[in-house]
Write a protein that binds this ligand. Sequence first.
Ligand code: IPD
Ligand code: CA
Length: 260
Amino acid sequence: MIEKDIERRFVFAADLAREAGRCAVRYFRDRSLAVTMKGQNDPVTAADLETDQLIARRIAGQFPEDRILSEESGGNPADRLWIVDPIDGTLNFARGISRFAVSIAFFWNGTVVLGAIYDPIADEMFTARRGGGAFLNGSPIRASAISEPKSALVEAGYSLKRPLADYHALVGRLLEAGYNVRQVGSAALGLAEVACGRIDGYCELHLASWDVAAGLVLVEEAGGRTSDFFTDTGLTDGNFLVAAAPALQAHLHEVAERER
Ligand code: IPD
Ligand code: CA
């Protein structure tokens, strides 16, 4: 794959995230939305499915040789792979809380080479391209310069895939180490906020690749650091994740990982 192919996909990903976000918002404004539960506190709405199908159609139309791995329709690893979360923050979305986003990334040669996260309510488009920087609505962004846990605000996402006791223990360790901790229901937006320095770190005991793929390249291109999410079977099975401001990541990782 040459530079021109990646550039084409980068422009396409941002346009598609915006179009998909607008599709999701139409459903969000219509509160008659049909919600089905995939599991306890794990809803899927007609908007997730419709947005997912829109994204799949557009990718197939523009890049028929590429493959897709998506939260709603699954998929398999491939050489050229789009990693898609049509609506990250579905629980918020389904409850009428305006914190959700479309996340689209392209994975090639063992790494995420570009990502777009679009928050359609705030009209904020986060984009990053490997080696090309990270941006919010076209302006460059940087992770924060915070180095002290006592000055840091981090998010500890709650994963339904892990026992509640592990989450309690994680939050307990973070608070004892001095971090201020929050949990607001979208890993993609949490990572985007690490990338632009609104928060200083994000950690979660288990996430899927569609939750984090775009966010990882954003944080790294904004000067932040991330744990090695795609090691072993991270792409297909998910993984533990810590992403943070550069001077904080090692400490946050150590605290989050202890007794994991
Ligand atoms: C969830 C959100 C949440 C995170 C969960 C994810 P979904 O994705 O990103 O913040 O804590 O682990 O599953 O279900 O809203 O697309
Ligand atoms: Ca998700």
